[in-house]
Design a protein around this ligand. Structure first.
Ligand code: SAM
Length: 221
């Protein structure tokens, strides 16, 4: 079961997070770890009670990770993808739980990494990625892989602070995240969480398209 290692505090989470946000805002994409209200909103739509495999993308200092470990079954597995080496070290030193596998790999390798570990199906994917700051190709590869892994029953949640803006060729451009998500999922529900710094939009996505549409999305990626 989840055990916070010695010395783990919310203050350490905050200082570690803030340092990385200053150093690399484009990939961190936030100024502070998510509040418990945001974590609850992200986890609420997910089928966690009977989950066998859950994937988290962008765990940072572990705000969602700890909440997930409290909710998934004792025999479930949580794979967390993180590219920031300081966050990787921080997660490994502050959370001790045999169900958690922290992977130093980027979001777009999700399908390959999941298959490599012997799984074909993921029950839920929780993403904290700043999608608007990601290169379009990387974003397409990540979203395009979700349909076949989640199947008809799985659920994907994503939060975002700026869902109408993106960085393109170094310029800020308009972005329509809801429209983009509808290309990959049959149902996209949005809500705003005010009790977070800053307030965040949560997107809960279900019902991936048919296998045929998924194949053509993949071919386009
Ligand atoms: C907004 S922070 C979220 C941290 C944490 N989940 C929370 O809610 O407090 C986004 C995280 O995504 C990670 N990240 C950014 N790009 C990534 C990628 N391509 N693959 C995996 N993680 C990535 C960042 O290093 C950072 O930890």
């Amino acid at each position: 079961m989840i055990r916070s290692k010695d010395g783990h505090t919310k203050k350490k989470d905050l200082t570690t997070f803030a340092k990385e946000a200053v150093t690399d805002f484009r990939t961190v994409g936030a100024v502070a770890p998510s509040s418990r209200y945001l974590a609850q909103a992200m986890l609420g739509p997910l089928p966690l009670e009977k989950a066998q495999l859950v994937v988290e993308v962008g765990p940072g200092t572990g705000a969602m990770t700890r909440a997930l470990l409290k909710r998934i079954p004792r025999d479930a597995t949580l794979i967390a993808f993180e590219i920031n080496p300081r966050f990787l070290r921080y997660l490994k030193s502050s959370i001790s739980d045999a169900r958690l596998h922290v992977v130093n790999a980027s979001a777009e390798t999700l399908e390959k990494e999941v298959h490599r570990r012997g799984y074909n199906h993921v029950d839920a994917v929780v993403s904290s990625l700043a999608l608007g700051f990601m290169p379009a190709r990387q974003r397409r590869e990540f979203l395009g892989a979700l349909g076949s892994l989640l199947g008809e029953e799985g659920v994907f949640t994503q939060y975002q602070y700026f869902h109408r803006l993106q960085m393109k060729n170094g310029h800020v451009r308009r972005f329509d995240l809801v429209r983009l998500l509808h290309r990959y999922f049959g149902s996209v529900k949005r809500r705003i969480i005010w009790r977070n710094l800053p307030p965040a939009f949560v997107f809960a996505c279900r019902g991936p398209f048919s296998a045929e549409t998924r194949r053509s999305l993949r071919a386009r990626a």
